[in-house]
Write a protein that binds this ligand. Structure first.
Ligand code: 13P
Length: 247
């Protein structure tokens, strides 16, 4: 029997899509049924209930979650709200949250622990800035982000890590295959050495397109990708999906 890997392709919609566009995307993407593939859609809060209850072959995630459990926190969206509308998990620590909304490693840790407490899946994003890379601090930054986010965490079956170098997000310039392989090795080693976890589920994100999907698929041992703009047009996403399942 062919030993095929179950790939994960996660589409991060960010702050995009009307309901009509969202329905069109789900209609097209949900027709693709591959046993070796898990599709995740990290979508805006208002659409979670609609899609989580209608399409069972696409796992609906939120892009963020509140670090508080409830109460007088105007505008926050909590774990109990998200669970009650059927979400499967949440992205935590996306670089846009870290850099544009000043989310600290401590806040990210709180979110991770809330999700753990509720037996809900987590896609933890980590990644260095260009300045940090140029100064040779990449490994230090990744190490600190992992260790601080996972303080008090033990349910690794709930965790997926997404390595997203900040400078590669939305720029059209993905990391080089060589640097990606080095980062993958380094991240996997942290999980083995610090937590005794072999084969942590690890995705890459940052300007993934059809061409770079081939790099991930054929030149690394990653488990898949977290994709922004190249996944927003359903037919583009479909082309990327086919690279993972048909090669
Ligand atoms: P792009 O694929 O648009 O670079 O975005 C990556 C990302 O931020 C996924 O979370």
């Amino acid at each position: 029997m062919l030993d095929r890997k179950k790939y994960i392709l996660a589409s991060n919609w960010k702050a995009n899509f009307t309901l009509e566009e969202a329905i069109n995307w789900f209609e097209i993407v949900s027709r693709l049924n591959y046993p070796d593939l898990r599709i995740i859609a990290a979508i805006p809060y208002p659409y979670i209930h609609y899609f989580a209850t209608r399409y069972n072959n696409i796992d609906v995630f939120s892009q963020n979650i509140s670090h508080v459990l409830g109460g007088a926190y105007t505008g926050e969206v909590t774990i109990s709200m998200l669970k009650s509308v059927g979400f499967r998990g949440s992205i935590v620590g996306h670089s846009e949250r870290r850099h544009l909304f000043n989310e600290s490693n401590q806040i990210i840790n709180k979110k991770v622990l809330i999700l753990q407490e509720n037996s809900t899946e987590i896609i933890l994003c980590i990644g260095e800035t260009l300045e940090e890379r140029k100064e040779g601090k990449t490994e230090r930054v990744l190490y600190d982000q992992i260790i601080s986010a996972l303080n008090g965490f033990s349910r690794f079956e709930l965790l997926t890590v997404a390595y997203e170098p900040v400078w590669a997000i939305g720029t059209g310039i993905p990391i080089s295959p060589h640097d990606l392989t080095e980062a993958e090795r380094f991240i996997r080693k942290i999980f083995e050495d610090k937590f005794g976890v072999k084969n942590i589920i690890l995705l890459y994100g940052g300007s993934v397109d059809k061409e770079f999907a081939k790099v991930i698929r054929n030149q690394t041992t990653l488990d898949g990708a977290l994709i922004g703009s190249a996944s927003w047009k359903p037919h583009n996403f479909e082309e990327i999906i086919r690279i993972f399942v048909e090669h």
